[in-house]
Design a protein around this ligand. Structure first.
Ligand code: SF4
Ligand code: FES
Length: 204
């Protein structure tokens, strides 16, 4: 695979063909914020917090660093007024869903995002898809998935699969940037545990 030379924040960076801007930056220790990226998962491009400026042949555009492939002579800026404004807006929208998420709060401080800018729709899930994709792509179990559409879209464990697979796995838990996943699991556990009255009858 051929080597590609690009520039990130004024620094020359060598990358392999097929790498994304995010991978090229991470390879040399440069930090671009992410919320839906995981190195073991296919790029997803849901959160857009990784937005950077990419300049090629004199044209500049905002792109998602976790999706955009490197190319020869690409000039990338990971911070600028425009980028910071974009990230601030994204964070304000996400904070309306998960105002108490530490990961979002830390980023909000960095980009001056106001957690009260938008009306709260506390669903807690920010639809990063990390839990769903990890269970599907890495564990191949599909114990958790999205249900419903649009603003009502939320994650849900499939009780029949979760009762068999999740109790000794829970590898997706630390991936969730909010508390939505744990909350959904507690609800599922309650659904799959037999009620005490049933238990005592069956134990008799
Ligand atoms: S539950 Fe958490 S990990 Fe899963 S999609 Fe929602 S925010 Fe992401
Ligand atoms: S990390 Fe790139 S879109 Fe979420």
């Amino acid at each position: 695979m051929s080597e590609i030379l690009l520039q990130i924040d004024g620094r020359e960076v060598k990358a392999r063909e097929g790498m994304t801007i995010l991978e090229a930056a991470q390879k040399v220790g440069m930090v671009i914020p992410t919320l839906c990226h995981h190195e073991k998962l296919e790029p997803y491009g849901a959160c857009r917090i990784c937005t950077v400026e990419a300049e090629i042949r004199g044209w500049t555009k905002l792109v998602a660093a976790c999706l955009y492939p490197v190319e020869k002579n690409l000039i990338v800026r990971t911070r600028s007024e425009k980028i910071d404004k974009t990230r601030k807006m994204i964070l304000e929208l996400l904070l309306a869903h998960a105002p108490d998420a530490f990961e979002l709060q830390d980023l909000a401080k960095e980009y001056g995002a106001d957690k009260d800018r938008f009306e709260k729709e506390a669903s807690f899930c920010i639809h990063c898809g990390l839990c769903v994709r990890y269970c599907n792509e890495v564990k191949k179990k599909n114990a958790v998935g999205f249900v419903d559409r649009g603003t009502r879209r939320e994650i849900s464990f499939i009780p029949e699969i979760a009762s068999k697979e999740c109790w000794n796995c829970k590898e997706c838990f630390p991936l969730c940037p909010t508390s939505a996943l744990q909350a959904a699991f507690v609800l599922t556990e309650a659904l799959i545990s037999p009620p005490p009255s049933f238990q005592s009858k069956s134990e008799e």
